[in-house]
Design a protein around this ligand. Structure first.
Ligand SMILES: CC(C)(COP(=O)(O)OP(=O)(O)OC[C@H]1O[C@@H](n2cnc3c(N)ncnc32)[C@H](O)[C@@H]1OP(=O)(O)O)[C@@H](O)C(=O)NCCC(=O)NCCS
Length: 264
C-alpha cells in the first residue's frame, strides 16, 4: 500500500470507521515511522508541516496494542509499546540504560547517552542526546545537535496539540533546559544552561533592542535565562534573553567532539 493510501485509511479509522484491518494498518504506519520512512513533522519549502495522520497512527497504536511484560535481567515493565533494538545495524551508539521506544527514529551516527526517546520522536545524524535528557513523543531533533544533560523536550500526545517541538540542525541546548508547546528552535541556536521555552515565554533580543514574537528561537541566537518587567511594572516574569548571535567564542564553547561520534 502506498503512503498516501495508508494516510487516508488511518484518517478514516481515526474518524471512527470500523475496519477489519485497522490493527494491521496502524502497525504498518508504526513500522514506517520506526524506520524513518515517514515522520510526524517535516520541512517543506522552508516551513515545518505536521503530518497529522502520523500522530493519529501513534495514538491508535495505543488502542490496538496490548500491554505485555518486558524484562531486562531482573527489571520488569508492563507496557504496550516495544523498545527499539538493533543499534549496531542502525549505526547508532546507545549507551547502557538509554531507552528509545519503537516508533521513534534515530538516524545513523547519533549518540544516545542514558536518555529517554519517546514514540514518534526523531533524532538526526550526529546528534548527541546527553544523560537524563528526554525527547518527548513526536519531537523532532535535527542533525549535529547537542542536547545536554537533563534537557526536556516536550511531547505532543497529551494534550494533543497541533505541533511537536522542533529543534533544527546544529542547535546547542544547554543543561537542564526545557522546550515545550510546539516551539521551534531554529538552526544553530545556542541555549545556555537552564533555558525554558514554552509557547508563551517572552523572548527579548538585545541585538534587535526589542521583544520578538514567542514560540520561535531565531537561528544562531545565543539565549540565556532572564526576566522582563510586566507592562504595569508591578512584577517581572521569566524570559529568554538573546544576548547576541553566535560568534567564534560561542562556537569554541559548544563545538561537538567528533571522536565521540567516530567508529559507529
Ligand atoms: C551559552 C554559553 C555557551 C556561552 O556562550 P558564549 O558565546 O561564550 O557567551 P559569552 O560568555 O560571550 O556571554 C555573552 C553574554 O551572555 C551572558 N551569559 C553567558 N552564559 C550565561 C548563562 N549561562 N547564564 C546567564 N548569562 C549568561 C554573559 O554574562 C554575557 O553577558 P554580557 O554580554 O551582559 O556580558 C554558556 O554560557 C553555556 O551555557 N554553556 C552550556 C553549558 C552546558 O550546558 N554544558 C553541557 C553540560 S551536559
Amino acid at each position: 500500500m502506498d503512503i498516501q493510501t495508508l494516510a487516508a485509511r488511518v484518517d478514516e479509522i481515526w474518524a471512527g470507521e470500523e475496519a477489519a484491518d485497522a490493527r494491521e494498518l496502524v502497525k504498518q504506519a508504526l513500522d514506517l515511522l520506526n524506520s524513518g520512512a515517514i515522520r510526524v513533522a517535516e520541512r517543506v519549502g522552508g516551513e515545518w508541516t505536521v503530518n497529522e495522520w502520523v500522530k493519529k497512527a501513534v495514538l491508535l497504536h495505543f488502542r490496538y496494542s496490548d500491554n505485555r511484560e518486558m524484562t531486562a535481567g531482573p527489571i520488569e515493565w508492563f507496557d504496550k509499546v516495544a523498545l527499539k533494538t538493533n543499534w549496531r545495524e542502525a549505526k547508532v551508539r546507545s549507551v547502557p540504560t538509554a531507552i528509545a521506544r519503537y516508533g521513534s527514529f534515530i538516524e545513523e551516527g547519533a549518540v544516545l547517552m542514558p536518555c529517554y526517546i519517546n514514540i514518534g520522536a526523531r533524532v538526526g545524524a550526529g546528534t548527541m542526546i546527553d544523560t537524563w535528557s528526554t525527547v518527548g513523543s513526536c519531537a523532532q531533533v535535527g542533525k549535529n545537535c547537542h542536547i545536554s544533560g537533563g534537557v526536556g523536550i516536550g511531547g505532543v500526545l497529551e494534550p494533543l496539540q497541533a505541533s511537536p517541538v522542533i529543534i533544527e540542525d546544529d542547535v546547542f541546548f544547554g543543561a537542564r533546559g526545557e522546550a515545550a508547546e510546539g516551539v521551534i528552535i531554529e538552526e544553530g541556536a545556542v541555549l545556555a544552561m537552564g533555558c525554558y521555552v514554552a509557547g508563551s515565554t517572552k523572548i527579548y533580543s538585545v541585538p534587535e533592542g526589542r521583544e520578538l514574537p514567542p514560540g520561535r528561537i531565531p537561528a544562531r541566537s545565543v539565549c540565556v535565562p532572564g526576566a522582563l518587567a510586566s507592562r504595569d511594572g508591578s512584577h517581572q516574569t521569566y524570559a529568554i534573553i538573546i544576548k547576541k548571535y553566535r560568534d567564534e567564542r560561542t562556537d569554541a564553547r559548544t563545538a561537538l567532539t567528533s571522536i565521540l561520534r567516530e567508529g559507529i
